[in-house]
Write a protein that binds this ligand. Sequence first.
Ligand code: BG6
Length: 505
Amino acid sequence: MEKPENQLLVIFGASGDLTKRKLIPSLFELFLRRLLPDKFLILGAARSSFTDEEYRLMQKKGIIESQGKRLPEEREVDAFLELVHYFSFDPSDCTQYPRLKERIAGLQLEASLPDNVVYYLATPPLLYKPIAECLKKNQMNKSGGWRRIVVEKPFGTDLKSALQLNNFLRSAFGEKEIYRIDHYMGKETVQNILVLRFSNGIFEPLWNRNYVDRIEISATETLGIENRGKYYESAGALRDMIQNHLMELMAFIAMEPPAMFDPESIRDEITKVFRSLHPAAPHDVIRGQYTEGVAEGENVRGYRSEKDVAAGSVTETYVAMRFFIDNWRWGGVPFYFCTGKRLAEKSSEIVIHFKSTPQHFFTGECTGTSCNQLVIRIQPDEGISLRFGLKVPGAGFEVKQVSMDFRYDSLSGDTLPDAYERLLLDVMLGDSTLYSRSDALVASWEFIDPLLREWESAAKRNLFFYSAGSEGPEEGLALLQKTEECCGKCGEASAVNDHDEVFSE
Ligand code: BG6
């Protein structure tokens, strides 16, 4: 496998949770797989004061926790941590950047690194602008080698702020140097959608409005908002999950085959999908908010009682929506999104419902609008299932719906790599295929923005409550047509009602 060029990785927000839980453990995995550059250093930068040794100790704990039962060899962890350094400073104060610049140059000299640097912004979004500004002011956005900057989501909170942030980053970095991360794109099973579609001839002829009845994309969680009340109050499920993760999944499912398998051709097709989206009708979007209930066997509080959440908050923790794509492939095929916190199950999956036969001959045969489903399970139990009817052995022609299952772990004895592992490796390699491009980002906000405006003017519209640990609000289930087809259970159903009955106007 190709190895990245020698380089330095600077992580802003290095004392935070993302760095400890995801970035450093993923870099450690890359180290174990011998995929890091031959010469490589990590410089964590944040406000808190640590010595290199203290910082390494803190990260060591993170690495060990992330490995679960697979205890890593201590000497491997220690060898990896030799690569890690720490720099304490205030990232919002441009006068402190010359010190950072000096530290970077010092490390580069010490390890004979070329002037190739990745800046990873794992900070609260408020700091993206000041950091980019300070890097520019101190000429740290240019180099003898190359610079890349990775920006975590949320990338803006609406179309206007996303455009502003974009313009701002573009004033300091070229588009090809900006990597907008969406960790869903780093998931093996998400990348596999491209391989499933574009390396097999059998799906493409069916992959259109002539054979597909509808498509459901869901990502449900049992967790609540944990300690992220402040962020979540200003985000809600639409911004937190749909504008990025679910829309990217939808783009992989709906896109045309690219002319070539390179980053720009793929990202061109993703952008075309977003630009073809028909504005979602407000009555096709149901919001929900969890109240107290029982999640995973424990009594849990309602959203409004969570820390840093307003007592009368109207922020949605659940969204179910239906929408259409105005193009020749998908015209008239309803797409559904469903996502929520504190639901009955943690599951992300895509279900392609194929149209049924025009006649039904057999006893027990499925008679709904979709009897054949291709289920792509993103997580957990990563895999793919195809559902269809087969004859029950014995006399007569009795039919039963069966499922042909493929489990992803049967392809490799290894555990699947974490999404961040793939994405970090890609940015080090300079491969932006799995990162969002600015035009796609703008097009996705153009789809989401009208809904945000709508809810601003009528904050309580279509906001329904559901008990923590349930399947979500009934209104959402009605939109998704049938309880057992909603939110993580999409693949388990065999027949459905006609969606037009639910929404005849
Ligand atoms: C994050 C959201 O982007 O994705 C979280 O901010 C959410 O609210 C998480 O919990 C879900 O990711 P995953 O990989 O667990 O499905």
